[in-house]
Design a protein around this ligand. Structure first.
Ligand code: ASP
Length: 328
């Protein structure tokens, strides 16, 4: 049944009063952490914001044209993976063995469907492999060599080790190589930075989706996997909300962040803003879980809380103006 309340905040489509656009929203992130204004030059800020805007615009275009949330989050994350600024795909940090071990997950909340990969080497766009797992296999999660074998079978693109090389991240790894130290991306002098990427969307069909991709932590060893590819922890979507996290993976896993937000909305009747606020500013703080998340609910409302200095983030609700932010 037509419900005027469902449409009032959204503009009519260009050509017809009888065919109003339904709510749709997209939010993306490029990581959170000790992002200090004092260490950010206007040039650097502009480059980060341009990277975020490019991904947001591409995903938003899909949603505005009545495309699916799944397609929008996939497209946005592919662009962030291709951007060396962010710790995912091309810009992934160095693992303990000097290679790049990639993790990714994607979930569509309506059906629901999910796919994830962890500890995969050489795959150009890990999110496309996670999506293949979701759409083209009977499994939800694949790891390591098995996942690489599946990627080859499905004809996904691989890139040589040189594609993933970045001088800054290499130096960062050399400093902690052969030590038990596992370090967060860009971490320096006590800083803690996370630059995993993620996207969440609501499409005009009312379907929600979330996607995340990361290289994890510099010098990670023993097959360490963080929260990013874990459905229900770093990435989650159902019919109420879609959530993508960035932060110190271990507390985020223990807090089961993504699913806990959906559960608080369902069982406690909280709004998205209230649920994300409780988890990010109370539960995670109590567990020393530094970081943040992006989220969207079934009405297209967006919440992007973080409990550290900054988070690379951008969002656009319907045809409203896009918001691209780094600091508080
Ligand atoms: N959550 C990621 C991990 O622990 C790191 C990040 O968000 O940058 O692997």
């Amino acid at each position: 049944m037509f419900d005027i309340n469902r449409f009032e905040a959204f503009p009519l489509s260009q050509n017809s009063y009888l065919c109003p656009m339904k709510p749709f929203s997209l939010a993306i992130h490029g990581g959170a952490g000790t992002i200090l204004r004092s260490r950010m030059t206007p040039e650097k800020e502009a480059i980060y914001k341009a990277g975020l805007s490019e991904a947001l615009t591409a995903g938003h275009r899909i949603l505005a044209a009545n495309g699916s949330a799944l397609e929008a989050v996939t497209t946005a994350v592919v662009l962030l993976e291709n951007n060396p600024l962010f710790n995912a795909g091309k810009g992934a940090v160095y693992a303990g063995d000097g290679t790049h071990l990639l993790d990714a997950a994607i979930m569509e909340g309506h059906h629901p469907m999910a796919g994830a990969i962890a500890g995969v080497r050489g795959i150009k766009n890990p999110i496309l492999l996670a999506r293949k797992v979701m759409e083209d296999s009977a499994y939800v999660m694949m790891i390591g060599q098995g996942a690489e074998e599946f990627a080859r079978l499905k004809g996904l693109d691989f890139a040589p080790q040189t594609y993933f090389h970045d001088a800054l991240r290499y130096e960062q790894w050399l400093r902690v190589k052969d030590t038990p130290i596992t370090q967060l991306d860009h971490a320096d002098k006590g800083e803690k930075n996370f630059s995993t990427v993620g996207a969440v969307a609501l499409d005009q069909q009312g379907h929600l989706a979330a996607a995340s991709s990361t290289g994890g932590m510099t010098n990670k060893r023993f097959g360490r996997v963080g929260d990013t590819p874990l459905i229900g922890a770093g990435t989650y979507a159902n019919r109420l909300c879609a959530v993508a996290c960035t932060g110190h993976g271990e507390p985020f896993i223990k807090a089961v962040v993504g699913h806990d937000i959906a559960a608080r909305m369902q069982y406690k009747g909280l709004s998205l803003a209230e649920a994300t606020d409780e988890v990010v500013h109370q539960k995670l703080v109590d567990m020393k879980g530094l970081g943040g998340l992006i989220s969207v609910d079934a009405k297209g409302r967006v919440a992007m809380p973080f409990n550290c200095e900054g988070m690379y983030r951008a969002a656009q609700i319907g045809m409203q103006e896009a918001e691209v932010e780094i600091f508080r």
